[in-house]
Write a protein that binds this ligand. Structure first.
Ligand code: NAD
Length: 564
């Protein structure tokens, strides 16, 4: 054992597909109050001598309550054991975060930014270590982890440190007819924000809402995915310091722990995950009218017009569908290619895919998939498509090796009767459909319950913008895909079933705030006209005022429209 503060004892309990060790022993909540960071049973138990694929480590368990095991997806071996925390422990974490909320909210924006820039420095100091933690639990390649996880978060912190003060500054608005009044809005912290995150980008998709909430003056309780909890615990360690130990609490556990957080009385829930769980989160939040921000799944379309630079579009399509082994909410999940360039597109895609280096070196192009059950979904979608007439031109069969490996896969002869073209596949698969026109491509792209990201490839900037305007999506890239997320100034989020609310940009910071409207006095008047007793001729005065202010022509202003 490398490190644990929990004791190890024997258990005969079973291991589930998600690695939860079911334990009938009662939950120990007493330790939670002594935790500096909400990890009541201590650090994750990292195994030096992992157990074989799918197996619990030989009768071991962290003492003090139920636990979760995580796996190294590159080998299928058990990687770590962390606490599966109870609703009581979640409430205790929320209470600690609430106690820290007022002093943190009382700081100026610049003071909070200074602290968060120090957190970013800690991130930079421990970059190599963080990359190892991320890769071990996700199967990513190192460069993927650095660029899409660490650098993306540095960008976000940088942008909010530079622009957030202006975004949250009180703003005056015109007071209309009541010219003697002064009107302004101010952005106030919500209090405690609950963040629930998924496994596909366990660092970015936890840190982005966490730091945004903190910039806005809130404190946070983070519940990372049960598939990647050690990344969540590493995030918690970034925030541990002498002054602000309780700003970010990390609670580990599965769905029940997440639901306990939704029901814990937090002031907002920021959830990133599947549509199915998002609906559950929203339903649970409805009981307490807790506001929710939902970043959900996608089925992102890519449209290749007949005038596109095909070679570039191919590079983008293959990268966009295969990077992170296709496990990106904004992965290119379906391509619609104009008939005039279709054959060339497909043959170049096959050459590009054949050259992808998929291995466990850490420095290849893509690694393993992250979550075993997701491989089953990929296989099911492919089987459904093939049964309905699709042709697999590359890949298509899971690799025969330990861990969760699926090769880059290209499928043609697809249509919208197939799950592969309508449901989120979340694997390294590119289905390509031939279309006769841009109109057909747009119609098919919009024929989806999802609307997260999308892309159009054309050399005509006007056409690109026209198509972008017609796509039902929260985000569109022209001649690129996915990377709009990396521009922190652009708000990111979905339409339709892909979610509600935005992260990033001014909108993302204001999502974490309560906008309070204030009406004050500009000029003191003896009394307001509408106060009691209502003046006898107020109706006539009001009509004359209305006409004078809102009439579009002099005749209307004078009340003479329609009169000779
Ligand atoms: P998931 O929905 O299975 O789990 C997400 C989180 O919710 C986990 O932490 C989980 O423990 C928690 N959870 C489960 N049941 C819960 C409940 N009843 N109440 C509260 N929390 C609960 O998603 P996943 O498999 O971890 O992630 C993959 C999904 O996330 C994909 O659909 C992907 O498209 C989506 N995603 C969306 C975005 C985005 O920004 N729109 C980004 C990344 C991933």
């Amino acid at each position: 054992m490398a490190s644990t503060t929990g004791q190890v004892r024997s258990t005969d309990d079973e291991t589930s597909a998600t690695g939860t060790v079911h334990d009938s022993s009662s939950r120990d909540t007493s330790a939670s109050d002594s935790s500096p960071n909400g990890v009541s049973h201590g650090e994750p138990l990292l195994l030096d001598d992992p157990a074989p694929e799918g197996a619990a480590p030989e009768g071991l368990e962290v003492s003090g309550g139920p636990t979760i095991q995580t796996y190294d997806p590159r080998t299928g071996q058990v990687l770590a054991i962390v606490p599966d925390q109870s609703a009581d422990e979640v409430r205790a974490a929320v209470a600690r975060a609430r106690a820290a909320a007022s002093p943190w909210a009382a700081l100026t924006y610049k003071e909070r930014a200074r602290h968060l820039l120090a957190v970013r420095d800690r991130l930079l100091d421990s970059a190599e270590e963080l990359v190892e933690v991320i890769c071990a639990e996700t199967g990513k390649q190192r460069a993927e982890a650095v660029t899409t996880e660490l650098m993306a978060v540095c960008e976000t912190i940088d942008w909010y440190a530079k622009h957030g003060d202006r975004i949250l500054r009180p703003q005056h608005v015109g007071s209309g007819t009541m010219a003697h009044k002064s009107a302004w809005k101010r952005y106030e912290p919500l209090g405690v924000v609950g963040v629930i995150s998924p496994w596909n980008y366990p660092f970015t998709l936890s840190m982005t809402p966490v730091v945004t909430a903190l910039f806005a003056g809130n404190t946070v309780v983070l519940k990372p995915s049960e598939v990647t909890p050690t990344v969540g615990l590493a995030i918690g360690r970034l925030f541990v310091d002498d002054t602000w130990g309780d700003l970010v609490q990390v609670v580990t556990g599965g769905g029940a722990t997440g639901e306990a957080l939704v029901r814990s009385g937090v002031d907002k829930v920021c959830f990133t995950g599947s549509v199915r769980t998002g609906k559950r989160v929203m339903a649970a939040a409805a009981d307490t009218l807790t506001p929710v921000l939902l970043e959900l799944g996608g089925k992102d379309p890519l449209i290749v017009c007949d005038d596109a630079d095909v070679a570039t579009a191919v590079k983008g399509a293959v990268w966009g569908s295969m990077q992170n082994s296709g496990q990106t909410c904004m992965s290119v999940e379906r391509a619609y290619v104009h008939a005039d360039v279709y054959d060339r597109f497909v043959s170049l895609v096959l050459a590009e895919v054949a050259a992808i280096r998929q291995d466990d070196s850490g420095s290849g192009d893509i690694g393993s998939m992250t979550f075993g059950p997701q491989v089953d979904i990929v296989e099911a979608h492919l089987a459904d498509a093939v049964a309905k007439g699709a042709t697999v031109l590359a890949g298509g069969v899971r690799a025969e090796r330990p861990g969760w490996w699926f090769p880059p896969t290209v499928v043609v002869d697809v249509d919208h009767t197939m799950d592969l073209m309508t449901e989120e596949t979340f694997g390294p698969v590119l289905p390509i459909m031939k279309v006769d026109s841009v109109d057909e491509a747009v119609r098919l792209a919009n024929d989806s319950p999802y609307g997260l990201n999308s892309s159009v490839w054309t050399e005509d900037p006007d056409l690109g913008e026209q198509v972008a305007n017609r796509l039902q999506a929260g985000n569109v890239c022209i001649n690129d895909c996915i990377v709009s997320y990396a521009v922190t100034g652009l708000p990111f989020g979905g339409v339709k079933s892909s979610g509600m609310g935005r992260v990033h940009g001014a909108e993302g910071l204001r999502e974490m705030s309560n906008v309070k409207s204030v009406l004050g006095r500009r000029v003191k008047v003896p009394r307001e006209l509408w106060w009691f007793p209502v003046p006898k001729h107020l109706d006539r005065i009001a009509i004359a005022t209305m006409r004078a202010r809102f009439g579009t022509g002099i005749r209307t202003k004078l009340g003479r429209a329609g009169r000779p």
